[in-house]
Design a protein around this ligand. Structure first.
Ligand code: NDP
Length: 317
């Protein structure tokens, strides 16, 4: 915060940080309550759905909808009622007193009576040295973004949740063969997604298998994998490697102020989006490690806007 002059900072009653389904739903509600909220988009505008293909489980879209298209509709709806969506990332916050202080892109000060945190979650990686080195050179955490680079090639994907299933199925559009590597003998993904994967001729599941290393100098050339039951280690020749092992909440920014669980999910009161700081509300994947769905994120975004509105009304009463 040093060196930034907050004297002439732009002030808003409601500032929303993050633009996934939670943040944009909060924006729609808050805008319709006439707060003209400022919505700071963050490093991944639109959130995780931007990297998703067909969303088949969001009510109201019986034929499914593409994730990016859906997020554009959310944005349009928020702007229609006066929400201001702004490019930029909140790089520091001071939530120790009101008005709350925020700095956007390390230089622009903003103050707020209420802050709605909807910063979502990001993909996790295995933590292998070659994984980070070859990221973008055959290693990816987003099949939707990078799958098309692997036309007629062999690829592998690691994970056993719905993301891994969805991404493996997406990769069947391009790759000639997909090895789905899972560390256990059963998936945690929903039954319908498992069934689709298990019946797909292009997908071969390698159960009870871990990825020990990634081979390749400038590009991925293969994996070193291990059978956890037998201890056997072998090479698997693939040109692409996708990581789909879950997510971590984007909440580092708030760690000095907001109560979180041991994995960094912001703790909210059980029946609301109130955090431990009055006037700061949290919604979406930043505070939900259980459901993590677009529709539940949107639901908690709506709750956060209503909670903020009522809290502001109480302050003014
Ligand atoms: P999950 O946490 O559900 O699954 C992560 C998977 O990665 C697990 O199978 C886990 O194995 C495995 N894993 C975790 N860490 C490692 C590691 N270090 N090495 C190897 N494997 C590892 O995450 P998802 O991203 O798949 O899903 C998150 C949530 O989003 C879920 O609730 C899911 O249902 C939902 N979702 C829904 C979709 C839809 O409905 N269309 C699409 C995508 C996600 P293990 O099982 O052994 O723990």
């Amino acid at each position: 915060m040093e060196g930034i002059d907050f004297g002439s900072a732009e002030h808003r009653k409601v500032v929303i940080i993050g633009t996934g389904p939670a943040g944009l739903t909060a924006a729609i509600y808050s805008a319709r309550a006439n707060f003209a909220p400022l919505v700071i988009q963050g490093p991944e505008p639109g959130g995780q759905l931007i990297t998703t293909t067909d969303v088949e489980n969001y009510p109201g879209f019986p034929d499914g909808i593409m994730g990016p298209d859906m997020m554009q509709m959310f944005e349009k709806q928020a702007e229609r009622f006066g929400a201001e969506l702004r490019w930029g990332t909140v790089t520091s916050v001071d939530l120790s007193q009101r008005p709350f202080k925020l700095i956007v892109d390390e230089e622009t000060p903003v103050t707020a009576d209420t802050v709605i945190v909807s910063t979502g979650a990001s993909a996790m990686y295995l933590g292998l040295e070659n994984e980070s080195r070859l990221l973008g050179h055959g290693v990816s955490a987003c099949a939707t973004c990078d799958g098309a680079f692997f036309r007629e090639q062999n690829v592998a994907i690691v994970g056993g949740g719905d993301t891994a299933m969805e991404e493996a199925l997406f990769l069947t559009r391009f790759a000639s063969k997909i090895f789905l590597i899972h560390r256990r003998g059963e998936f945690r993904a929903s039954k319908i997604m498992q069934d689709r994967v298990l019946s797909h001729e292009k997908i071969e599941v390698l159960w009870n298998t871990t990825v020990e290393d990634i081979r390749g100098d400038k590009l991925v050339e293969g994996l070193v994998i291990k059978d956890v039951n037998t201890g056997e280690v072998r090479d698997l020749d693939v040109e692409g490697f996708f990581v789909a092992i879950g997510h971590t909440p984007n909440t580092d920014l708030f760690k000095d102020f907001l109560d979180m669980d041991e994995t960094g999910y912001i703790q909210t009161q059980s029946d609301s989006t109130y955090t431990n700081i009055e006037g700061v509300f949290a919604c979406g994947d930043a505070q939900d490690h259980i459901y993590r769905q677009a529709v539940t994120a949107a639901g908690t975004g709506c709750m956060a806007a209503i909670d903020a509105e009522r809290w502001l009304a109480d302050q003014e009463a």
